[in-house]
Write a protein that binds this ligand. Sequence first.
Ligand SMILES: Cc1cc2nc3c(=O)[nH]c(=O)nc-3n(C[C@H](O)[C@H](O)[C@H](O)COP(=O)(O)OP(=O)(O)OC[C@H]3O[C@@H](n4cnc5c(N)ncnc54)[C@H](O)[C@@H]3O)c2cc1C
Length: 414
Amino acid sequence: MMLWEPTREAALARLAEFVPRAGRAYAGTRNVDRGPLDRSNVSALSPYIRRRMITEEEVVRAVLQKHSFAAAEKFVQEVAWRTYWKGWLEMRPDMLVRFDTERKALKAALADDSNLNRRWQKAIEGRTGIDCFDAWVGELVTYGWLHNHARMWFASIWIFTLGLPWQLGADFFYKHLLDADPASNTFSWRWVAGLHTRGKHYVARAENIDRNTQGRFAPYGLLNETAEPLPEDAPPPLAVKPRYDPPQLDGRVALLLTEEDLHPESLGINAEIAGIAVLPSATVSASESPAASFSKAALQDAAQRAAAHFNAPAEIVDPAQLAAWAKALGVRQLVTGAVPVGQIAWQLRDLPPALAEQGVALVQLQRDWDRKLWPLATAGFFKLKTKLPGIAMEYASDQPSPQSQQISLPLGLS
Ligand SMILES: Cc1cc2nc3c(=O)[nH]c(=O)nc-3n(C[C@H](O)[C@H](O)[C@H](O)COP(=O)(O)OP(=O)(O)OC[C@H]3O[C@@H](n4cnc5c(N)ncnc54)[C@H](O)[C@@H]3O)c2cc1C
């Protein structure tokens, strides 16, 4: 059952409806999980923002045009958490590789470890006997979404009460969430486990759940509330820094649409578009899950909008055919919204050399918001938080977004 219509129009309607409540009302009530059919105290925009059907800049601008920064600070900070996790991953791409390797090894181990398998099955089928947890499993599978506080409680119970590996929990979330995001999901699970901020973990407490679910759940005596953080698992040192170049587009280019950025109209492309290639991620192509269906419909919505906006034909193009497709159009540049570290970037890894053979370059346009904020994710959130008011207020005026910037290959990392 999908509560989110996969169109930009629906995203804009949801944003307009939420904006009046994005100030102190949000700050005061956002931690309350009222259940799946009442999301009026939070924006519930994440499936849209995740794919940039609406952008962070747009959301922040709409909110700051209605509220002072002081009133909307909490909301803007939450949007910035998403940016922080993405920036963190951009500078430590190996962390996703490490997670993926561990996740796969644990999934393989399920075949041999019957004890782990039994406990894992109980958890993912919502048969643990902890009623809140079992209900959240049902909610996640049915709607593809959980309130932020429920995600924190869920992850904490998974790790500290059920004693299951966090990587399997992150895998379960990633499979079902409509907003599944490699950075926010992986690092939020690590944060709950105490692996992000050394020695600091998130312990779900029955009293907190009782109060913030307004008495819907009261798991007194069922949770491990004295757990210690997981043993340290240090991140690799900063490996790469994002590199930015000024935009340099030919007069005529081709456009590549991926689930990482479904609003090409605001990428600042001032060139004729000869054709639009739509590239679904491998998961989306292979799955019939609600999240995959959402992505497919969202891609279609974006393709239709882009075709009308740029007056160019849009078609699904197999990644292996992209270079030949671009060459046949007679362009020298294939332009796309920046593809951050993650599955689609992995899918596109071989594309630049294949394109180069055809005399075509992949140009990734990085959004202004990311360009300013990602480099601040070198350590804890504090550094980014300190700079946030100044940067966010640049978006409060009626001015259109500053232009995106071109970033160099491969995939924006040097
Ligand atoms: C274990 C765990 C896993 C998570 N996995 C994901 C994920 O895969 N994808 C995802 O988008 N978010 C994830 N989050 C973050 C957060 O729970 C969701 O973004 C949020 O619940 C979305 O609800 P909303 O749109 O109503 O947010 P609001 O409270 O209305 O906030 C506005 C926007 O800010 C961003 N945001 C808010 N809180 C966070 C946060 N804590 N971290 C990062 N961004 C945030 C989202 O884009 C959100 O739409 C996870 C959190 C936890 C604890």
